[in-house]
Design a protein. Sequence first.
Length: 115
Amino acid sequence: VQLQASGGGLVQAGGSLRLSCAASGTISTFKTMGWYRQAPGKQRELVAVVTSSGRRNYGDSVKGRFTVSRDNTKNTSYLQMNSLKPEDTAVYYCTTTDWGNLDYWGQGTLVTVSS
């Protein structure tokens, strides 16, 4: 399984970005799809995940601002990020879990929010 993330970049505080992550490989569907992030000098933290049934879980710092979604026909997850803050600056990693609870990770995409 390979994950290809895209959509990162530089945005001003208060702006929006949309990340995408396409999964490819031998697995046709995934149990969960989502995003984590890691800022410089900090541990990787949960941003948002969505299950195959559509249940969503968000990190506390992004609730109300970020929305995770997925398109099962394309094995693609999306992260809509609104009202971005400088503290959202991080490398964002997409991840997915298969039905055997094996995790896969993408290469990361950098999001920089300027003040």
